[in-house]
Design a protein around this ligand. Sequence first.
Ligand code: FES
Length: 342
Amino acid sequence: MKLDERWADAVVDSVQPLSPTVRGLRLRPAQGVQPWTLGSHVRVQVQVDGREEVRSYSLVGLPQDSLAAGCWQIAVKRAEPGRGGSRAMWQLQPGDRLRVAGPDNHFGLAPATAGAAHRPVLLVAGGIGITPLLGMAQFLAAQGAPVRLCYAVREPAELVWVDTLRSALGDRLSTHVSSLGQRLDLAREVAALPAGAQLWICGPASMLQAAQAAWRAAGRPAAHLRFETFGSSGTQAAQAFWVRVPRQGLAFEVPAGRSLLDVLNEQGVDTLADCRRGECGLCAVDVLELEGRIDHRDVFLSGPERQDNRRLCACVSRVCGGGIVIDSAWRPDPPRPAPAHR
Ligand code: FES
């Protein structure tokens, strides 16, 4: 079940190679660019192996620049192996048409952060997670806010927009390239933050899980940690797994390149979903039986919940070495009682 069906046309205005694995796209929505807020994302329909699927991309840069240009800027990291969405996006050329929805925002700067009375803010980006944070860094730096950005990547070539960031932040930007041995120590960064500071982080699920653990261990308020993920390749390579849904009398297989959520929907099982990135928890299903192990790729469930294996976020998480018996969390409305006649 989709919560939002506001789909409209957009045209690819231009394509920019940003790194060997990241490509920028400017999209010109047919209805024009409406005002949007930092942290927003758009959803794009992509054709994957003849199927229509949906991917979300953060809007990059400052809203006023986007409004002036009449375009949204997004960036797509080529995921190999992946589910095929990024491959389809990389094939787009200027003039191509696509269907888009949004922008929507689940990662907007809180008023206390965006307003005049700034809290100290630490921004942390993992790889392509820089996309929503670029505009936030530019905005907060221009406001004179006490902001720092830690930008972690695997290879030096993956540091996209580093010159823009350096000119906005100066020495308040630190880069961490793991192939050069420059590991980002999240626990140390959290420990160094002054009281009342906020952490805004966007990266792979493993990085967010580490940040959540460091934040909790430091006794900081949960509300001051804001995060968004672009998904996770998990701790295990994706493999096919079997699924049974006794309530609907269904048994099927989820192939390596598809999500449980997509196959559930294809099988006619109504399932709530929104972010499709393991953040909102709407797609979580109850696990009745498990063969093998669950590769939890979400950032919604807590650490203990992930260990319990009683729930699983169907949009991103998978089973390795077997299969799973589940019950969808979605229930049809119970039939209403017939009105009483007097
Ligand atoms: S749809 Fe949000 S966690 Fe799955």
